[in-house]
Design a protein around this ligand. Sequence first.
Ligand code: SF4
Length: 158
Amino acid sequence: MALKPLLGDDNFVTTRLDQVIGWARKFSIFPYPFVTACCGMEYMSLSSSHYDLDRFGAAFPRFTPRQADMLFVVGTISHKIAPLLKRVYEQMCEPKWVVAFGVCTCTGGFYDNYATVQGIDTIVPVDVYIPGCPPRPETVIQGVMMLQEKIANGKQDW
Ligand code: SF4
């Protein structure tokens, strides 16, 4: 939601504080990239000038979970690394969101075997699922926009 339509003729804002906080939060996402496999190549291309994730206020990765609010899970998750993923999630402060990047994170993909987690939502709650092997950057951008809407329209804790 743009701020301009909220401004009256006298240039004052009449809205709920929740809406303003949601609007600000959706353009201030700090991703933690939890990258394990080949989808990482597509994740890197997202930050290139061609796709420019910065337009969505989500291009500045943080490599400590305590400074991040969006967990970008990118690549195959094995049962061996699953406890680390859960620990990273638990170290993030609220509010926080999780994006499953690629079919391996959504369902295990074609790794239907004893070693692979069959969907990261068995470990952490997932807000947006982005399918594809790997997903095209345009698909990822669509996923980020869906997350932005979820952030803006969700309950704001403050
Ligand atoms: S979804 Fe495909 S590209 Fe992504 S990590 Fe799995 S196998 Fe690799």
